[in-house]
Design a protein. Structure first.
Length: 307
């Protein structure tokens, strides 16, 4: 029994290759920290370069994401760009293991400020599956598994990078990117609205659904609305969401199913005043061509009224 316990407790021998790799990893970390401290970042220069980069439409267009079940926010593309400008910063995603029998991969995402030696990392398991059609779809193709792992890892990487960058630096980057989106490429707002409507039309989204999503008719759309919709269409293009998820159809009422017309509500409908107060079609007030809101149809008199 003692021999068995001793054998189990004995350390596993380290091969020469493993020892060399461990020594190399330690040396790389020490060298990175030393170089970063010998060449500290210029914060003023980093801020200026960040603002200059965020004023470019190419970066601003991919700086945000919009996904129905995850909300909206700054994307991993913006995170990587401004982390590179910040300097003395390292980040990445590593696939630690993959088990095709269990259908699971172990992923690690990390971000490391080498100058301050502040590090944020996340290690998690990713099932070889994705949500499709309201259910889970198992992935078996190696390419699909790789892309799924990278997509999940990118979201974790984004949060790691945010944890190692100054909050005001990140907020300023988002602010400048939004300003850039609102300005667009210098074209008049009407032209940008027309381009947006055309782009969504190719995805099967008509202007009425756009107006319902924005909350205002087309003639009242602003540059902010165009910028927000640009974020949505970019997210659709990257496969993060779908047009149907972003623009769901309005629910069909029972009256519409049976073909019956819903009665008018007790509210101002025609827009003119009567001696008894505002016009209310449900009460049978007369309408005709001389009254605003006339639609070519007479209204049946209310009970007790005479023609």
């Amino acid at each position: 029994m003692t021999n068995t316990l001793d054998r189990l407790a004995a350390p596993t021998p380290i091969t020469q290759t493993t020892a060399v790799e461990q020594a190399r990893a330690v040396a790389e970390v020490a060298a990175a920290v030393q170089v970063a401290q010998m060449n500290p970042r210029d914060i003023r220069r980093a801020w200026a370069e960040m603002e200059d980069a965020c004023r470019r439409l190419g970066l601003a267009e991919v700086a945000f994401y919009s996904v129905p079940n995850r909300g909206r926010g700054p994307s991993v593309h913006l995170a990587r760009a401004i982390a590179l400008i910040w300097g003395n910063h390292d980040s990445g995603v590593h696939e630690l293991s993959r088990d095709d029998v269990r259908g699971m991969s172990e992923i690690r995402a990390y971000a490391w400020d080498q100058q301050t030696n502040v590090r944020s990392s996340r290690t998690f398991q990713v099932p070889h599956a994705k949500m499709a059609g309201g259910g889970r779809k198992v992935l078996t193709d190696l390419g699909d598994i790789y892309l799924n792992n990278q997509n999940v890892g990118a979201r974790a990487l984004r949060e790691c990078i945010w944890a190692t960058l100054p909050r005001d630096y990140v907020d300023r980057a988002q602010e400048v990117c939004r300003e850039t989106l609102q300005k667009g490429d210098g074209k008049p707002l009407l032209d940008r609205v027309a381009q947006m409507v055309e782009a969504f039309g190719k995805l099967g989204v008509n202007p009425a659904r756009l107006a319902a999503r924005i909350g205002r008719p087309r003639g009242q759309w602003t540059s902010v609305d165009v910028a927000d919709m640009l974020i949505v269409i970019r997210s659709i293009g990257r496969g993060e969401t779908t047009a149907d998820a972003e623009f769901p159809d309005e629910p069909v009422t029972a009256a519409e199913i049976t073909g019956q017309r819903a009665p008018a509500t007790a509210a101002v409908v025609c827009g003119w005043e009567t001696p008894a107060g505002p016009c209310n079609l449900q009460q049978g007030h007369p309408v005709g061509p001389q009254f605003p809101g006339y639609d070519g149809h007479d209204v049946a008199p209310a009970e007790g009224d005479a023609r």
